[in-house]
Write a protein of this length. Structure first.
Length: 199
């Protein structure tokens, strides 16, 4: 094979890999759509027949056509979060506040290692906060307030606060058992907004 053939072969492989990734992410988001009740039809553009979810409303992709942002705040959605969302490993922003999403927070969310903001506030989520979220080293904003979460606030999550990576942690208005400010968080720690007091 000549040099030109090798170049075209590599380009073809990269194009195939990109399209395959788009289809995989599209399949995941379509499966999530199926798990939700959408009375306002905000997900009508989430059409599985399209080759990429990057053309869907409320979805943002990067230059490589990977999903990096989902914005569905106050959209009237109900239903649960599927574990496959944890496979969107390029996702940076998952913004789902002020819906009626129920069920638990999937432990697979610990695989969202590029996520910066996880906003699930004011839903109907229940169960524990997964300790797997301590894998989210780029996480700066975590909003879990206004749900029905129970159990204790994992010390693994607090380690993100003490390391200075997590800027905002809000778990107020839940039924957590240990949401007073822990003694290891000092005033010298760089924290712009820490709200872990149960109201």
């Amino acid at each position: 094979m000549g040099a030109q053939g090798m170049v075209f072969g590599i380009l073809g492989f990269l194009l195939f890999a990109t399209l395959a990734n788009c289809n995989t992410e599209g399949d995941i988001l379509y499966a999530q759509k199926q798990a939700w009740v959408d009375p306002n039809n905000v997900l009508d553009s989430w059409n599985q027949s399209l080759s990429t979810p990057c053309t869907w409303l409320h979805v943002t992709c990067n230059n490589d056509n990977s999903v990096i942002r989902i914005d569905l705040g106050n959209a009237g959605l109900s239903g649960s979060l599927i574990s496959q969302l944890g496979e969107l490993t390029n996702l940076q922003y998952l913004e789902l506040p002020m819906n009626n999403i129920s069920g638990g927070i999937p432990t697979s969310f610990g695989n969202l290692t590029n996520i910066i903001s996880l906003d699930l506030q004011w839903n109907a989520l229940s169960g524990p906060i997964p300790s797997s979220l301590d894998n989210l080293y780029y996480l700066k904003y975590l909003y879990l307030n206004g749900n029905n979460l129970t159990g204790s606030l994992p010390v693994e999550i607090l380690s993100l606060v003490t390391s200075g990576s997590l800027i905002t942690l809000n778990v107020a208005n839940n039924s957590l058992s240990n949401t007073t400010q822990p003694p290891q968080i000092k005033v010298t720690t760089i924290i712009q907004d820490l709200n872990i007091i149960s109201v």
